[in-house]
Design a protein around this ligand. Structure first.
Ligand SMILES: [Zn+2]
Length: 355
């Protein structure tokens, strides 16, 4: 007896709902539409002139942040979880680190035991003005993923500067497309923006971005026929505005996070060990033990110079399945480099660019 059509539909629908054999589903949901990735040249460098853009008309803040931990376990598996500290909620990994600092003090022993500090990933809309390594991206709007180092440059650019010769040099709004002579700026409604020259130089631990900088404040530009930058008309800015991405949809929401207990369970499943096993001797490691002061889990200077295991992580290698993250690069942290630069170097796209 032939199966009835509507039953067949129900069958397919039920099969779909099983959600098995579709390994890619989860992965796809973490893929970010319109993400810009710089292309490293044969000379081991890239230079991209870009403009950070204002927020999408439906949103207020021109960036979002996701915060997570990612590190390799002693059994070689990768472990990743979101960090609830972003919401000032307790995070087991941060708690573990605080206890380690309190138990061992500011020692190499502690540094060898702490798990990687949380890392922020910021996302903003950008317009690619000039990108010689991938000219097809020029004139287009993308979402840019960036880390602490670039966010710090944005922060610095926003601050007024005291110059011995020139007096106070007002900060810019890196997310503005206006120039100093535009109405909105003259009326004091907005500040001028500037192009960002993003320079990446291949290094042994990933690209170095330290020579990146904001140029002088000016109205948003496009690349002209002759290769020179041409300021955009109001109509052209309207077109760019219509192409802005929303960002809220890539921001992890608090109710999407695993609970504290779930993260502990997940850790045990992946590592075979209890995260807090070594603290179960009755001592209160939330307070000072050897350090002279109670430390916060994310004091930057505590992590600085932390010896890191070097691990080459081929991109195709098995990575944590739940929650799914890109495999983070565990670079040997050079003691001379700043934490920010090193953190940023670990960005996934940067590593991709680095091969
Ligand atoms: Zn945390």
């Amino acid at each position: 007896m032939p199966i009835k059509r509507n039953n067949l539909n129900a069958l397919y629908s039920a099969m779909d709902n099983l959600n098995i054999g579709k390994k890619d589903n989860k992965q796809k949901s973490y893929e970010i539409e319109g993400l810009f990735k710089p292309k490293m040249g044969a000379d081991g460098k890239f230079t991209v002139v870009l403009r950070f853009l204002p927020a999408h008309p439906d949103e207020e803040i021109p960036w979002v942040e996701n915060r997570s931990h990612m590190f390799q376990l002693s059994n070689g598996a990768w472990f990743g979880c979101d960090c609830a500290k972003k919401w000032n909620e307790p995070c087991p990994i941060c708690d573990y680190n605080a206890k380690i600092w309190n138990k061992y003090g500011r020692t190499d022993e502690a540094r060898s035991r702490v798990k990687d500090k949380w890392k922020p990933k910021f996302y903003s809309n950008v317009y690619i003005v000039k990108n010689p390594n991938a000219p097809e991206t020029e004139g287009r709007v993308y979402r840019l993923e960036y880390g602490r180092a670039i966010m710090k440059m944005i922060q610095d650019a926003m601050a007024d500067k005291d110059d011995a010769e020139l007096g106070v040099i007002p900060g810019i709004n890196p997310f503005s497309w206006w120039g100093p002579n535009d109405k909105a700026v003259l009326a004091g409604e907005d500040k001028a923006g500037a192009n960002f020259v993003w320079e990446g130089v291949k290094g042994s631990n990933g690209p170095n971005y330290s020579s990146s900088h904001f140029s002088n404040p000016r109205r948003m530009c496009k690349l002209g026929q002759d290769g020179k930058l041409v300021e955009m008309t109001d109509a052209e800015l309207d077109v760019v505005e219509s192409q802005l991405f929303t960002l809220k949809d890539i921001e992890k929401q608090k109710d999407q996070l695993r609970s504290y207990e779930d993260i502990l369970k997940f850790y045990k499943t992946k590592s075979g060990e209890d995260l807090f096993a070594e603290f179960e001797d009755g001592t209160d490691y939330t307070a000072t033990v050897n350090t002279g002061k109670t430390v916060e889990a994310d004091d930057d200077d505590m992590f600085e110079a932390a010896p890191r295991k070097t691990a080459e992580v081929p991109m195709e290698k098995e990575v944590p399945t739940e929650p799914l993250f890109e495999p983070e690069f565990e670079a040997t942290k050079p003691t001379t480099s700043s934490v920010e630069a090193a953190e940023d170097e670990e960005d996934f796209f940067a590593r991709l660019a680095n091969g």
